[in-house]
Design a protein around this ligand. Structure first.
Ligand code: SF4
Length: 383
């Protein structure tokens, strides 16, 4: 089974208006405690864990200095080795520097992922993003010049005041960067984010028809640029450029998360570290991190989640394969799923190829609703 290692680097210069991730303003004392804490957490990773993929996310990993990135990378490699095939580091345009890229590449990083979100200054301002166009292009030139194998850019759509021609313009500019991978995300209003307040005050509204048009426009345009879609939000120029760390999580394999608020799915449990540097450090000092949202993983739960997340991928899911992988799954649940899948097929949301189910384009647009219905079956039958 593939295993991933996720490291959360919880520092950001400011908070984007759509963001609900745990992050703090960087203070030197916190940064130093964080680096010490990470070394301690790496040391406690079971020696039996072999990692295929590494993902440094945040927060803003690239906010760390070259020296701090090197310290973090070296302590990770010291405890988990370097026998992995993919190592992604997320970058914010305003923090990309040549010395940081060099340190990361020397450590073994294979993939840089840059959060651009939009090239439109008005949209960037509405999202509360700190960077400007000049910073995007300067950072991208440095990334290209570094010689890294794989790159990704994150883009967002259905933004306040954004229309379809703005979205087309953003995607054309993203395509011009010649990144090997593009991720496109529909703006969501998370409860802890500043934009949610505007939504609840009626200053913004969710328009599902508009979102649908943005999805379709994005899919068509990226296809015309030669991108292959392999998941609702993810596109590559070639099969070999897929983000294997994310594929691993959608396939419900295992991963260990290090750092405050990092989530893990390992050894039969799913859990999360505390979303506070202080609490996380206290747990490390006492040799007892207080795990949050702990869930014991039953075969039923893994079957359901493999189905829901697997359907997000363009290759879909093979029902027989999942049944063999999780043989203890209740037959009543499996039969209910099959009935539901047949219904989705009759409504043209799914197509069936042997024992494989794949979402149609209409199905991809209704992916969240389909996931909720499948989850309701699981809860109904078990509950
Ligand atoms: S979106 Fe990313 S960069 Fe912006 S505040 Fe959240 S974690 Fe930081």
């Amino acid at each position: 089974m593939q295993t991933g290692l996720y490291c959360h680097i919880p520092f950001c210069a400011s908070t984007c208006d759509f963001c609900a991730f745990y992050q703090e303003k960087p203070k030197r004392a916190d940064l130093l405690s964080y680096l010490k804490g990470m070394e301690c957490e790496f040391e406690r990773i079971p020696k039996s864990a072999q990692f295929d993929t590494i993902f440094w996310g945040g927060g803003t990993p690239s906010l760390l200095s070259a020296k701090d990135l090197q310290r973090l990378g070296k302590s990770m490699i010291k405890h988990v080795g370097s026998d992995f095939s993919e190592w992604t580091v997320e970058m914010a345009p305003s923090t990309v520097k040549a010395d940081k890229l060099k340190v990361l590449l020397d450590l073994g990083v294979t993939r840089f992922s840059m959060g651009i979100q939009s090239f439109n200054p008005d949209s960037l301002e509405k999202l509360g993003r700190l960077h400007n166009l000049k910073q995007i292009y300067t950072a991208w030139d440095l990334i290209k010049e570094s010689g890294v194998c794989e790159t990704n850019v994150d883009m967002m759509f259905a933004l306040p005041n954004q229309d379809l021609s703005d979205w087309r313009d953003d995607l054309k500019k993203a395509n011009d960067l010649e990144s090997s991978h593009i991720s496109t995300y529909c703006l969501t209003f998370e409860e802890d984010a500043a934009l949610y307040v505007k939504l609840s005050e009626g200053k913004l509204a969710i328009d599902e028809e508009k979102e649908r048009a943005f999805y379709l426009e994005g899919w068509d345009l990226l296809k015309s640029f030669g991108f292959l879609q392999y998941e609702i939000s993810n596109f590559t120029r070639s099969e070999t450029s897929r983000c294997m760390h994310n594929v691993n999580t959608w396939k419900m394999n295992e991963w260990i998360g290090c750092g405050p608020s990092a989530a893990s799915q390992f050894n039969g449990y799913r859990y999360r570290n505390p979303s506070s540097i202080k609490e996380w450090l206290k747990g490390l000092e006492n040799q007892d991190i207080q795990k949050e949202d702990v869930v014991e993983l039953s075969e039923e739960l893994l079957f359901t989640d493999s189905l829901i997340f697997g359907l997000r991928m363009n290759e879909g899911i093979d029902f027989e394969e999942l049944s063999m992988r999780f043989p203890a799954t209740n037959d009543r649940i499996k039969n209910s799923y099959l009935q539901m899948m047949d219904q989705f097929e009759s409504e043209s949301y799914l197509k069936k190829e042997g024992s494989r189910f794949i979402l149609t384009r209409e199905g991809q647009l209704k992916c969240d609703a389909i996931g909720t219905e499948l989850l309701n079956i699981d809860e109904g039958v078990i509950g």
